[in-house]
Design a binder for this molecule. Structure first.
Ligand code: GRF
Length: 206
């Protein structure tokens, strides 16, 4: 079983899509071992509790520094035996030190066709720029903000009368499809057997 953790700060609809996909077997051989939020009152955290999943509030204000806040999150992730960390509306930038501890093992979803519109309010910026195509991207988290390698994207056409809300809602529907699909892809890569040269295999003499 692959062990997934989810970090979120708010609504948690992507977390719910992931949890549904784990439950239905769309993400096979996986379980959610921790749901962590920097916001104690986050709706997503409440939903995690309702589903009987291990839910942890780790508020930034409860720690003297960012490093100590992240250290606590790291401790929970390690204690849970996490294989893959899924950021799902987690509104804090993770430090380079934290990201380096989980190389290729942190995913994020962003509501734009990266590399376009990194950062905040990408749907509004896509509208303002007169884009005819918007969408979402799931990417591996590296040390930059929304700069890591893209795992997959889904396009969403911009309609003539779209508002930020209507476009965001249609992108969100696609996010809920894209995130589980991307997790399956990344888990398959993580599951690749390590490439051990035959001569390096240790044999024990009888
Ligand atoms: C989503 O639009 C996601 O792309 C962005 O934050 C939002 C989180 O929504 N990173 P939810 O909390 O998953 O409903």
């Amino acid at each position: 079983m692959r062990r997934l953790a989810v970090l979120l700060s708010g609504r948690g609809s992507n977390f719910e899509a992931i949890a549904d996909a784990v439950r239905s077997g769309r993400i096979p051989d996986a379980e959610i071992v921790a749901v962590i939020s920097d916001v104690a009152g986050a709706r997503g955290l409440e939903r995690a509790r309702e589903r009987g999943l291990p839910a942890f509030a780790v508020e930034r204000e409860s720690f003297p520094s960012r490093a100590e806040h992240e250290a606590e999150i790291g401790r929970i992730l390690r204690d849970a035996g996490t294989d893959l960390v899924c950021l799902a509306g987690y509104m804090r930038i993770l430090s380079p030190e934290f990201v380096r501890e989980w190389p290729g093992r942190i995913l994020n979803i962003h509501p734009s066709l990266l590399p376009k519109y990194r950062g905040l309010s990408p749907q509004r910026r896509a509208l303002e720029a007169g884009e005819v195509e918007a969408g979402c991207s799931v990417h591996i988290v590296n040390e930059g903000t929304d700069t890591g390698p893209v795992v997959l994207q889904r396009e969403v056409p911009v309609e003539p009368n779209d508002t930020e809300e209507s476009l965001s809602a249609r992108i969100l529907e696609q996010e809920h499809e894209a995130y589980p699909e991307a997790i399956v892809k990344v888990l398959a890569r993580l599951a690749d057997p390590p490439k051990i040269a035959p001569e390096s295999v240790q044999r024990t003499a009888k």
